[in-house]
Write a protein that binds this ligand. Structure first.
Ligand SMILES: Cc1cc2nc3c(=O)[nH]c(=O)nc-3n(C[C@H](O)[C@H](O)[C@H](O)COP(=O)(O)O)c2cc1C
Length: 391
């Protein structure tokens, strides 16, 4: 079930999506074992970082795609649901599995389990703001206690020969008692080979300004690579983050929902290469379809249910998108979801032709069964909250 080939080379250039730099020099290594060339990583996101999305991220240039977090205790007990979240394939290597826990002994065993499963690195979650997790002394709870950051990191690092990376936030809240530099130093002292810093505090959760200054202080405080994260929705934003913080790479979460080509755009911008236009409608539809096929291959009909939120992200910024989104959320079967994607492809083609001729986007035949849509506005509800349905 789990790939045994974690050190497989990155995809060959012919596997890479168009425009992804194929021969970028090594920017840095993680623990001397994992090469980072494009300086862009795919963030761990609960409910979103499933294998098919991670493979797309890798194909579009992410150096590493992280899994969503799994709890340490169920992992050491080989809980089947936890192992399912860690399902990986050789062609997505290096995949970064993330564990969450506050007890050094359990974390040590969980890290050893990940190495035994064949993963090339272990990432530790020190940022999850969810109250239940924090109350267990895990996730963001560690941000209040640098000694524990060091102890948990050390416990994991001594259990494995693969690199251990740590994902922190800029702090617990903005009272500044424990800042990102102190936390990054503690992780480094514990043996971390890289720290990623989401530049928001636990108090901010996932919204609000990203603290570049805190990230810059952390970068200056350690000699291991530092990855910046938070609020990168464009290639330009990644360049600004890298410039303002000095971070070695940028990690992207919500910005890549429904547009994994953002990894390519960021890789190119950070390398000083000219920007490329976004993929055309056909290429985007191919990405959507590959994503759906991957979810079905991984999880069968259950993959369709989980795909619904991804579909919603892809159905953005085009006529009738909100109505396709509604349909997707009511779809449960493989055949209906594939038909919906086919209809979307058709809708994009005819809408684009109509708009080019100065006409309104025509009513999609798919909606003929719903009289309430007869007078609907094709452009209504275009705004789509990227984190909706995930928390
Ligand atoms: C719904 C949701 C789930 C998340 N799950 C995780 C997780 O499992 N592990 C983790 O380290 N961070 C998690 N994060 C935080 C992201 O990895 C990232 O740090 C955050 O979204 C900021 O980056 P962005 O602005 O590029 O999205 C999650 C964020 C969101 C919105």
């Amino acid at each position: 079930m789990i790939a045994r080939d974690p050190f497989a080379e990155a995809p060959s250039p012919s596997d890479l999506a168009p425009g992804v730099p194929a021969d970028a020099p090594v920017a840095f290594t993680i623990g001397g074992r994992i090469q980072v060339r494009n300086r862009v990583l795919a963030a761990p996101i609960c409910g979103a970082s499933k294998l098919p999305f991670r493979r797309l991220a890798r194909r579009w240039g992410a150096d590493i795609a992280y899994t969503e977090m799994v709890k340490a205790y169920p992992l050491v007990r080989d809980d089947p649901k936890t192992l399912e979240l860690l399902h990986t394939t050789a062609d997505e290597a290096p995949c970064g599995p993330q564990i969450c826990g506050g007890d050094p002994d359990t974390m040590e065993r969980a890290a050893a389990r990940l190495e035994a499963l064949g993963f090339p690195l272990v990432d530790i979650n020190m940022g999850c703001p969810v109250r239940k997790v924090v109350n267990e002394g895990a996730g963001a709870a560690l941000l209040r206690d640098p000694a524990k950051v060091e102890a948990v990191t050390r416990a994991c690092a001594r259990a494995v020969s693969i690199p251990v990376t740590v994902k922190l936030r800029s702090g617990w809240d903005d009272d500044g008692h424990v800042d990102a530099a102190t936390l990054a130093r503690a992780a480094e002292a514990g043996g971390a080979a890289l720290v990623a810093i989401h530049g928001r505090t636990r108090a901010q959760a996932h919204q609000g300004a990203v603290d570049f200054a805190a990230m810059a202080r952390a970068k200056a405080a350690v000699s291991i690579p530092v990855v910046g994260n938070g609020g990168v929705f464009t290639a330009e934003a990644a360049v600004v983050m890298a410039r303002e913080t000095g971070c070695d790479a940028v990690m992207i979460g919500r910005g890549a929902f429904g547009r994994p080509w953002l990894f390519r755009d960021v890789a190119r911008a950070l390398a000083g290469l000219p920007a490329l236009p976004p993929p055309d409608d056909e290429a985007r539809c191919d990405v959507m379809r590959a994503h759906l096929d991957g979810m079905i291959a991984l999880l069968g009909e259950r993959g369709v249910l989980l795909y619904r939120k991804y579909a919603a992200w892809y159905f953005r910024e085009a006529p009738w998108g909100a109505h396709f989104r509604d349909r997707a959320y009511r779809t449960r079967e493989v055949a209906t979801m594939t038909a919906l994607l086919d209809a979307w492809r058709e809708n994009l083609a005819v809408s684009r032709a109509a708009l080019a001729a100065g006409a309104p986007p025509p009513f999609p035949a798919l909606f003929a069964d719903d009289p309430t849509l007869a007078s609907a506005d094709p452009w209504s509800g275009q705004a789509c909250d990227l984190a909706a349905g995930l928390e």
